[in-house]
Design a protein around this ligand. Structure first.
Ligand code: ATP
Ligand code: MG
Length: 312
């Protein structure tokens, strides 16, 4: 089920109702502070503790519970703060959308930091140090979301990509270019070779660790929280790395910083391009988002690296 969140902008009484339902008090102030692929976020001041909350509303059913679970998992292990979750709301007659009410954390998103910030190195150490720490945490049951688990990464991820590939052919044949479809077909054909190096241990991944999802104190660049996981769980740590390049992360050299502090697979580069391309396909499937230029560019990169690294 999908929700149209524009009703929230037209009618502020939904915010008053959700606060009344869960906190039994009045709203003093509310404002929309973010809108992404999957949701919209409001800052809301209320008349009793905790006085200020963040409410995230979702365009897709079930994401509120999933994000709550993922934030709770990450909070158990993260060196950096992860907001507390207070309540999840499921669609009801008086509030016909799904939401997660959570702790509001001060800060701006880290994409707003200037590249020459005086504390840039400390910021990078803090952000990447936390990611390496998370990646060193493993689940003895293997790979997956915590419920459905696989003993090896290739079966876990292969199942996901093959399913996406099937949907691509059945539902998106007419909406993507033949070239993008060719990249999908040829990269999947090479799956066994691209993923030939075994992943011995699963890692805890955030799954959307980019500058937009890191909150910082603007002045000191100190990280105040990490937010917005999409599919946090147990995976090959390298699937978590292309996010470092999203949101213009290369201006801080985030991936380089990670690489200089940890060892990656021989085939990392081609795997990274594979992960990135198929992640975009996943967003397309979920949200209908398709940018021909970007998909083509990422596809070209993937085919070149495939040739370079595995010779086909
Ligand atoms: N707990 C919070 N405390 C303070 N600000 C928050 C909090 N959660 C979200 N925000 C603000 O809202 C913005 C958007 O939040 P978030 O990253 O969770 O969603 P999104 O990226 O819009 O959604 P999507 O899930 O579609 O990617 C953040 O960049 C941040 O400024
Ligand atoms: Mg976000």
């Amino acid at each position: 089920m999908n929700y149209n969140l524009s009703i929230l902008e037209k009618d502020s009484s939904y915010i008053s109702r959700i606060i009344d339902n869960y906190f039994n008090c009045d709203v003093l102030f509310s404002k929309k502070i973010g809108e992404g692929f999957y949701g919209g976020v409001y800052i809301v001041d209320i008349a009793k503790e905790p006085y200020r909350v963040a409410i995230k509303w979702y365009k897709h059913s079930g994401r509120n519970k999933r994000e709550e679970k993922q934030l709770n998992l990450l909070r158990k292990h993260s060196l950096l703060k992860v907001p507390q979750t207070y309540f999840t709301h499921n669609q009801s007659e008086d509030i016909p959308c799904e939401a997660l009410i959570m702790e509001y954390v001060e800060g701006v998103n880290a994409a707003q930091l200037p590249t020459n910030h005086i504390n840039k190195e400390k910021f990078k150490d803090e952000m990447i140090g936390n990611l390496i720490h998370l990646h060193n945490i493993s689940n003895e049951k293997g790979f997956g979301d915590g419920e459905q688990m696989f003993t090896d990464w290739k079966s876990c991820y292969g199942k996901r990509v093959k399913n996406l590939h099937r949907i691509l052919h059945s539902e998106f044949k007419d909406s993507i270019s033949p070239y993008v479809m060719k990249v999908a077909d040829e990269s999947l054909d090479a799956f066994d070779k691209i993923f030939a190096e075994p992943i011995k241990k699963s890692s805890l991944i955030h799954s959307d660790y980019n500058l937009w999802n890191i909150l910082v104190d603007e002045k000191s660049a100190k990280i105040t929280a990490i937010i917005d996981p999409l599919d946090a769980g147990w995976a090959d740590k390298e699937i978590d790395l292309f996010h470092l390049q999203n949101a213009d992360g290369d201006r801080f050299g985030l991936l380089k910083h990670y690489q200089s502090n940890t060892k990656l697979c021989e085939l990392f580069e081609v795997k990274n391009a594979f992960y990135w391309f198929w992640d975009d396909i996943r967003h397309m499937k979920n949200m209908g988002w398709y940018n021909e230029e970007r998909f083509t560019l990422f596809g070209e990169k993937l085919l070149i690296l495939k040739q370079e690294y595995i010779g086909i």
